[in-house]
Design a protein around this ligand. Structure first.
Ligand code: GDP
Ligand code: MG
Ligand code: ZN
Length: 359
């Protein structure tokens, strides 16, 4: 396995070199991780690795630890059986979502990294006539992708089940904000060939979407071998059973790198406003003409967005989706600030309780 076929590039070479780690330390890419066990791939082969004591000592947040797709510097043990992760290299792109950890009555949100150093994201929907095709969900994934730094590509899978393919394609294109849209059938191997343009030597492609939508089947078709387990659809509904419960990076023998992900139930956004602006470009452009700079597009006079809504230029559902995503980002950055404050300040005793005691 060459470093280049694993996705190594000039960016990482320079980062690695500047660390001056000395001899015996090699770059490796994380292909899987569960708890504190990492699977890594490098020129020397595949290894199971743990982070070093010094690494753990320096790591503060969960995002300081390696994730699938990350490049790390490892030291392989003399017997060649295991490896130790010494350093995490900076990420070129990162997919993260907001996760919540609860301890006692406190819940804290933190950034959970789904995949790192991704070039292209396949945002997969299914034309199964049910919940698989949801434009609002695609919009959320688009924002997540723009925020990550990767390029989005929308895949409408299970085209064999659709009776309104043209209309569904049009709907997806109307919200794609310039991202390519492909209708495919993974099981019937239709439309799969054109996807190979994205899956090239050294390029990393992540597949995102809820479980049962056909991500693992698509991977098997692109790889031309059954490298991922797929699930049978339960009778009664069109969703598959959960099979992939963690992200996994696969290096194809035909070239290219794919990352399969488990179905992310609700993608809570962890991003900034600029990525939303790319997803909802046409709304942003219209909003330039609102009378007030901080217009919320609800009841303000001279609101160009409400005007566009009334004239049918934008749809109600799309505006709602935009407002929801925006609110979510505002909430999450507020929670993040609160979380950070808590870390640095000693806990404040509730005032009222103290006063009551005085009585
Ligand atoms: N009809 C149809 N079913 C598909 C297609 N792609 C996948 N499936 C089925 O959908 C189910 C879930 O597929 P899987 O790849 O495991 O989905 P994942 O959870 O997203 O990885 C399986 O039973 C697949 O056979 C498709 O293009 N058409
Ligand atoms: Mg799967
Ligand atoms: Zn407005």
């Amino acid at each position: 396995m060459t470093l280049k076929s694993l996705g190594w590039s000039e960016f990482f070479r320079q980062e690695f070199q500047s660390l001056e780690l000395g001899t015996g330390i090699t770059p490796a890419r994380v292909s899987r991780n569960s708890k504190h066990i990492y699977h890594v791939i490098c020129e020397e082969g595949k290894f199971v690795a743990r982070v070093s004591g010094a690494f753990r000592h320096q790591a503060k947040e969960s995002s300081d630890y390696p994730s699938v797709g990350d490049w790390v510097a490892i030291k392989i043990s003399p017997d060649g059986l295991e490896a130790e992760i010494r350093v995490l290299l900076p990420r070129r792109t990162v997919f993260s979502r907001q996760a919540v950890s609860a301890s006692g009555t406190e819940s804290k949100s933190y950034e959970q990294i789904v995949a790192a150093n991704v070039d292209v994201a396949f945002l997969v929907a299914a034309l199964d006539g049910g919940r698989g095709f949801n434009l609002r969900r695609i919009e959320r994934y688009l924002t997540l992708t723009r925020n990550s730094g990767a390029d989005p590509v929308i895949l409408l899978n299970k085209a064999d089940l659709s009776s309104e393919l043209d209309s569904e394609l049009d709907q997806a294109k109307s919200i794609s904000a310039g991202a390519p849209v492909h209708a495919i059938s993974a099981t019937e191997e239709r439309g799969v060939e054109p996807l190979r343009q994205y899956v090239r030597d050294g390029k990393t492609v992540v597949l995102l979407g809820p479980s049962g939508i056909g991500k693992s089947t698509i991977i098997n078709r692109i790889a031309k071998e059954e490298i991922m387990k797929t699930s049978e659809v339960r009778s009664g509904d069109s969703r598959g059973r959960h099979t992939t419960s963690w992200s996994e990076l696969l290096v194809l023998s035909s070239g290219g790198i794919l990352i399969d992900t488990p179905g992310l139930r609700d993608v809570q956004l962890w991003s900034d406003e600029s990525s939303i602006e790319e997803t909802f470009q046409e709304i942003i452009e219209i909003a330039e003409h609102c009378r007030f700079r901080d217009c919320n597009h609800s009841t303000e006079p001279g609101c160009a967005v409400i005007e566009a809504l009334q004239s049918g230029k934008i749809s109600e559902s799309r505006l709602t989706s935009y407002k929801k995503q925006k609110q979510e980002i505002i909430n999450s950055s507020r929670r993040r600030e609160l979380g950070e404050k808590k870390k640095h300040e000693p806990p404040v005793r509730p005032r009222r309780k103290v006063q009551r005691r005085k009585k």
